[in-house]
Design a binder for this molecule. Structure first.
Ligand SMILES: [Ca+2]
Length: 370
């Protein structure tokens, strides 16, 4: 992803020190605290965990406040505090009060700003590459996304806000582009057409459709609760027979959040004569999550089976020879999209960082040589 976001923090001194009278047991000032200083010792860029040390003379107790000085977040005699601000963009005021034996205190404040900063794109050469050729196969179509625009001879944008599964996004062509050798589909948190999120969905229907072959798609996925990238296919006859009689080949789906970014799913959908039927399996990586480097999502589809792969590792096979699976013996077209929210992933929450991007390096289709 291009905007690979991480948390950073900066702190600045917000206020000078003041002496407050909490009570007047020792009005002569004996035992008053003095010389308060607050030092931010460490900031964990990914979790928002902060440690800080307050020191002052003649102090018997330190109290930590976050924002309003109503209830202390912590208190101790050492002045050493650990506090987790969590992810998300926000500005906090932290205040430390140092109480002396007199019962009076002095206080100081610092401002903590949590920001999300671009961490740069995942390098295009990171992760897995598939072969450019396979014995017994010929390449019949490829889009390497090496130009400067989405190729209209290959792709059509599906736009609008009426979708399925209680998804939240409005699809727009503005949320996809080609640059630096990749296709980017970006899910954004923005209001458009009565929706709170936008994204893109593009199809090859009536332009590039295939019956059987090997498909390789090299991509790096987005992340976060409620983010749902998919690389998939539908039967070319969907407009006449509808779903699921057209058949659906989900080459790769991932639902983000809750630590699920290490797993992708491949699923087939069809009509078995009694309605919708489906069968699929998932693949969980033992390496970096799917948003941290490129992987190749593949199917090998012939008249007998559809097999699904991640980085040439087979993890799913379905026998498509039974008559009820006739859907998979006809041409299918491709769909690339990033959905937001819905029944399966659940909706985004305050841990979801936007924008989120799926990047595709290439799609290649090979068929058995005649
Ligand atoms: Ca490329």
């Amino acid at each position: 992803m291009f905007h690979f976001t991480r948390i950073s923090m900066i702190s600045i001194i917000l206020s000078l020190l003041f002496v407050f009278c909490d009570n007047t047991d020792k009005p002569d000032g004996t035992g008053d605290p003095a010389n308060l200083s607050i030092t931010v010792l460490s900031v964990d860029m990914e979790t928002g965990d902060v440690t800080l040390q307050a020191t002052a003379d003649n102090t018997v107790r330190y109290l930590l406040y976050i924002d309003a000085e109503t209830n202390p977040a912590d208190s101790n005699t050492t002045g050493y505090f650990e506090y987790s601000f969590g992810p998300g963009e926000a500005t906090y005021e932290i205040t430390v009060r140092a109480y002396g034996e007199s019962g009076r205190y002095i206080k100081g404040s610092k401002e903590i700003v949590i920001q999300l900063v671009p961490d740069g794109p995942v390098p295009l050469d990171s992760g897995y590459f598939s072969a450019l050729s396979y014995a017994g196969y010929s390449m019949v179509w490829q889009d390497e996304f090496n130009g400067s625009a989405v190729e209209p001879a290959n792709w059509t944008f599906e736009v609008g806000g009426e979708w399925y599964n209680n998804e939240l996004q409005y699809y727009r062509s503005e949320n996809a582009w080609v640059s630096e050798g990749t296709l980017t589909i970006e899910a954004r948190k923005e209001n458009f057409g009565g929706h709170n999120y936008t994204s893109a969905r593009m199809i090859t229907q009536n332009k590039k459709s295939f019956q059987y072959g090997r498909v390789d798609i090299r991509a790096v996925l987005p992340e976060g609760q409620g983010i749902w990238p998919a690389l998939w296919m539908l039967g070319q006859n969907i407009s006449s027979v509808g779903w699921p009689k057209c058949g659906e080949i989900d080459i790769m789906e991932m639902i983000g959040g809750q630590g699920r970014e290490n797993t992708v799913h491949s699923t087939m959908h069809w009509d078995d004569g009694n309605g919708h039927a489906s069968y699929g399996l998932s693949y969980t990586t033992t390496g970096k999550n799917f948003h941290e480097k490129y992987h190749v999502f593949s199917i090998i589809w012939d008249e007998y089976t559809i097999k699904s792969y991640v980085d040439d590792q087979l993890y799913f096979t379905i026998d498509i020879t039974p008559a009820a699976l006739s859907e998979f013996h006809q041409k299918h077209f491709f769909i690339f999209n990033v959905a937001v929210g819905g029944i399966w992933p659940g909706n985004p929450d305050n841990t979801t960082l936007f924008p989120q991007q799926m990047k595709v390096d290439y799609i290649r289709v090979f068929q058995k040589s005649k």
